[in-house]
Write a protein that binds this ligand. Sequence first.
Ligand SMILES: Nc1ncnc2c1ncn2[C@@H]1O[C@H](COP(=O)(O)OP(=O)(O)OP(=O)(O)O)[C@@H](O)[C@H]1O
Length: 322
Amino acid sequence: MTSDAADRLKSLLPDQAVARLQSLRLADGRATLVLDATGLSAPARDGLEASVKSALEGAPGVAEVRVAMMADKAVQKIVAVGSGKGGVGKSTVAANLAVALSRGGRKVGLVDADIYGPSQARLMGTEGQRPVAHDNRLVPVASQWGVPVLSMAHLSQPGQAIAWRGPMASGALTQLLEGHWDEAEILVVDLPPGTGDIQLTMLQKFKPAGAVIVSTPQDLALIDATRAVELFEKGGVPVIGVVENMAGYACPHCGEVSDPFGAGGAEAAARSMGTDFLGRIPLDIAIRRESDAGTPTAAGEGPQARAFADLAGKVMGWLDAH
Ligand SMILES: Nc1ncnc2c1ncn2[C@@H]1O[C@H](COP(=O)(O)OP(=O)(O)OP(=O)(O)O)[C@@H](O)[C@H]1O
């Protein structure tokens, strides 16, 4: 196509289309336009397309008009899942949050940054699978639950202890986070417990959109959770809220939840820290059994799956608003 022909067609377009024009080709009577649709609602896109078609259809030399809208490239949001201390169920919550977000219609990836004690391969039922590298970047391992995952457990031999030193650990974290995650709108990152090197690398290098802090109801765990909240806030990462895990005991026979450690501690602690309370997940033997079997509770039905769905709903609401 001569530039004259292009200019002639361009001069027929409405201003709004010219402003968004990426390319315009005319070949064999077919005009093909690519437009940048960033920020447009679906009706606005339809309106733009219709205005381009009506402007060019019937123009000399044009038998057909094709309009392609460039998909908006969604900004990927990282949700870090942290805890002040180990063993509070942070990995369990991270896996189930990822699955519940995916059931909520989001494209989700899961990174196991707990490189000292990786457990996501087991939780997601992807043990024994090895990620391949493409262009020097790791390709996430697909799981049955619609959430691809990358964990150091996929790269090391089962049972092999990994004695990472600081810089190596940060390098490993970087490899996992710089995998092929282009498809994921939300990347859930399961951090190691506490406030060490990995957490700092995560804050400085990958800037999570927000953090979810997992705590058990006991006072000591809540004091540690307060430290985790402070770490994120000092690092400029907003805390989405606190999840209380192993909150009360769900009777395996009748499902009734009782509160051997009292109730409401985490909610009160979250309030005193000025953060939101995201809900309670009871101590339920089924959660433990399903986690060990690699079938996340959030992928099933029942009250605990609904508890994870509620958590995911709050996280989605927060992400959409921020
Ligand atoms: N709500 C729950 N009900 C029953 N068991 C649970 C619950 N949450 C976690 N668990 C179990 O508690 C154990 C510790 O959970 P998990 O590994 O998720 O904790 P963590 O905080 O990630 O620990 P770590 O510090 O080792 O990374 C696991 O055996 C898990 O199955």
